[in-house]
Write a protein that binds this ligand. Structure first.
Ligand SMILES: Nc1ncnc2c1ncn2[C@@H]1O[C@H](COP(=O)(O)OP(=O)(O)OP(=O)(O)O)[C@@H](O)[C@H]1O
Ligand SMILES: [Mg+2]
Length: 255
């Protein structure tokens, strides 16, 4: 789709991920909403779950077992974070609408098997900004599983033919062992760089930084689509990303 941007805002920015109970960061949510409102263009937004999702998913062992109460409580919690994000965007003048993956996607062994894309397409064509999030989703093999925002981004980007794809987190891209940003990762360099990349310093059931890199390397490898991991907690960086500036780590196919 012409000019479409798919952007994920990490749960590490909009929530306090060091908290074992849900704790939102209202100032950050408001700043992000204002930055998004300041740049026009087609956009699909995805946000992470942070402390609204990962601790509950761990508590109910949702990556290992089917648990009805766990599904209900985890979805309720991430949905409440989604409402905060959508409300902040609405107040800033962004025509945002909530889209809950539990209601429109099906997984198989934790990977998206099927997802309703037609409503998203119509929303974007009509100028709306769909706002999806990491969620607990039904799984044809396991009953239910966690669908991370990091998996949603490449899936949606590829299905919709997005022009720019970014995952914003709380760190300046993918860092090496000297805490320097690695400017480029490709399918052929990722194995050498993997030793530097681990999960998250906080509770994260979907693989932290390594999870993001694996998802985006697969997108580059399978479909030749480039993307970027950048620091969305630095004020102004979301604006810069939306305007097409380069920053952070680029993940792309080998030349
Ligand atoms: N080599 C690395 N470079 C950068 N970050 C790394 C690296 N290895 C591990 N990390 C960790 O990955 C974290 C970012 O991933 P994490 O999944 O916690 O954030 P998020 O995606 O913003 O949150 P959420 O999953 O709730 O959306 C960083 O805060 C850092 O602790
Ligand atoms: Mg994560």
């Amino acid at each position: 789709m012409n000019g479409l941007v798919v952007l994920k805002i990490g749960g590490s920015i909009i929530t306090d991920k060091s908290s074992s109970t849900p704790k939102s960061l209202a100032d950050a949510i408001e700043r992000i909403a204002q930055e998004i409102a300041g740049v026009s263009g087609s956009l699909i937004l995805v946000h992470g779950a942070g402390s609204f999702g990962h601790p509950l998913a761990r508590q109910f062992k949702l990556t290992e077992q089917f648990d009805v109460q766990g599904i209900i409580e985890t979805h309720r919690s991430v949905k409440s974070l989604n409402t905060m994000v959508v409300d902040a965007l609405t107040l800033s003048g962004v025509p945002a609408v909530p889209v809950h993956p539990l209601s429109c996607a099906l997984l198989e062994q934790g990977r998206i098997r099927d997802m309703q894309m037609a409503p998203l397409r119509e929303m974007v064509q009509r100028g709306l900004v769909p706002v999806l999030h990491g969620d607990v989703v039904m799984d044809s093999a396991r009953g239910a599983a966690i669908l991370s925002g990091d998996q949603l981004v490449p899936y949606i980007a590829q299905k919709m033919g997005a022009e720019r794809i970014g995952i914003g987190s709380n760190i300046d891209g993918v860092l090496d062992n000297q805490s320097k940003t690695i400017p480029d990762i490709t399918p052929s360099t990722v194995d050498r760089l993997r030793v530097y990349i681990s999960g998250s310093s906080h509770t994260d059931v979907t693989g932290g930084m390594l999870g993001k890199v694996q998802e985006l390397v697969e997108l580059a490898d399978k479909f030749g689509i480039s993307s970027r991991i950048f620091n969305a907690s630095t004020p102004g960086n979301i604006t810069r990303f939306l305007k097409g500036e380069t920053m952070g780590t680029r993940i792309q196919k080998d030349k």
